[in-house]
Design a protein around this ligand. Structure first.
Ligand SMILES: NC(=O)c1ccc[n+]([C@@H]2O[C@H](COP(=O)([O-])OP(=O)(O)OC[C@H]3O[C@@H](n4cnc5c(N)ncnc54)[C@H](O)[C@@H]3O)[C@@H](O)[C@H]2O)c1
Length: 366
């Protein structure tokens, strides 16, 4: 890492991966004063050249290894297929760079632990992009819960369900070896993250999960927005998952994550929570990166109905993730240790336990 960045006040960043996720990172960095995206890496030569021209980016590479050779970088974003998160993040941290990795942290908890260990050894920031918790509707609900309007939450149910939403059927997304899992690891990790965040980070005690793979292997359920289906390629992840999660303090979280099933066409993201003094239901219909779901709070005051509908804005999503990453780097070494990826690692461990539970047809204690 270039030690000069605090003096020169310009943070030099490289973005590795130029698909949808990588492009969110590039755009977000460009909106922050004093941050310069100086390098990109990605294997799509045409797109790489286009992004370089559009944003005036100094260096472009086909492979991540070459990007990490640069001497003047301060930080990198890692927005590549999940099997590459750990090798790239560990190599970058070992070079003294701060790392913002896309979710999930890695294919499994073992790889996630390697990343956390590398961040701690290097004394650098490791953040993971959980943009959905920064949605305005989730943040509004967080404030409602923290204000005590629901009392003590004891039951929650969270889902992200699609009808035909398998991303790139026949690509890295649908290979267990490359992605680590199907919708549970891909979109379920967002839902798990914001559910635990909303509930105040209770420890997960045990999980009982099931996974199904019924449509994808038959070439059904692919998202037409993505590349054409190639059903000759392996589909060895689930296309639907559900989990019953026991929380410290007696709480329960029920999770559903599905890329494809015979249901309504529009994506559904919902979160229901019941507490000792109130409940809340958040329901967002329609695919969007920053949805504003219908949020209703059910409660009473002195025995009289006091239900209300809090207002929510779209929120910041990826911009918020990148703002926070840059803000943490700029806040200095005293706070870096609180950003070592360990929260994202807890999500990976829960997902590992879910896959184990599903494979062994039993409840798994964490
Ligand atoms: N936070 C979110 O909301 C969100 C949304 C979509 C994807 N993601 C995550 O972002 C990551 C990427 O997803 P995507 O949809 O952008 O995937 P993608 O397949 O569209 O893009 C992957 C990129 O990685 C590049 N790449 C692959 N191997 C490389 C190598 N050896 N060197 C350099 N670049 C390499 C590819 O060329 C491509 O540009 C995944 O981890 C995914 O889970 C997060």
């Amino acid at each position: 890492m270039n030690e000069q960045h605090t003096d020169r006040q310009v943070l030099r960043v490289g973005v590795i991966g130029i698909g949808w996720a990588g492009q969110q990172h590039i755009e977000a960095y460009r909106n922050i004063d004093g941050v310069e995206v100086v390098a990109l890496a990605g294997m799509e030569a045409g797109l790489l050249a286009e992004l370089q021209g559009r944003y005036g980016i100094r260096d472009c590479f086909a492979g991540w290894e070459e990007l990490l050779e640069l001497e003047d970088l301060d930080a990198v974003s890692v927005a590549v297929p999940t099997f590459l998160h750990a090798p790239i993040a560990v190599a970058a941290l070992n070079r003294g760079l701060h790392v913002l990795s896309e979710k999930p942290i890695a294919r499994n908890g073992t790889e996630g632990q390697q990343m956390v260990d590398a961040a701690r050894r290097a004394g650098r920031v490791l953040d993971v992009a959980f943009n959905h918790r920064l949605r305005g509707d989730i943040q509004t609900l967080k404030r409602v819960i923290e204000a005590g309007d629901l009392g003590r939450p004891y039951y929650a149910k969270a889902s992200w369900l699609r009808r035909e939403g398998i991303p790139m059927l026949g690509s890295w997304f649908t290979s267990r070896d490359l992605a680590g899992g199907g919708p549970l690891a891909d979109i379920g990790v967002h839902v798990l993250d914001y559910a635990l965040h909303l509930l105040g980070e209770p420890k997960v005690l045990s999980v009982s999960a099931s996974v199904h793979s019924e449509l994808g292997p038959r070439g059904r359920g692919g998202n037409a927005r993505y590349t054409a289906m190639d059903t000759s390629l392996a589909f060895d992840v689930e296309d639907f998952a559900s989990a019953f999660i026991r929380l410290e303090g007696g709480g329960t979280l029920v999770l559903e994550a599905g890329w494809a099933s015979y249901r309504e066409t529009e994506d559904l993201m919902d979160f229901t929570v019941y507490g000792t003094d109130g409940g809340a239901e958040l329901r967002s219909v329609g695919a969007s990166n920053t949805p504003v779901g219908d949020l209703r709070v059910f409660t009473d005051k002195d025995g009289v109905n006091a239900d209300y509908v809090p207002a929510a804005s779209p929120g910041l999503a990826h911009q918020g993730v990148v703002d926070s990453f840059v803000g943490t780097i700029r806040a200095g070494a005293a706070v870096w240790g609180q950003h070592d990826g360990s929260l994202a690692l807890t999500r990976a461990r829960v997902i590992d336990a879910c896959y184990r539970s599903a494979a062994e047809y039993r409840e798994v204690v964490l």
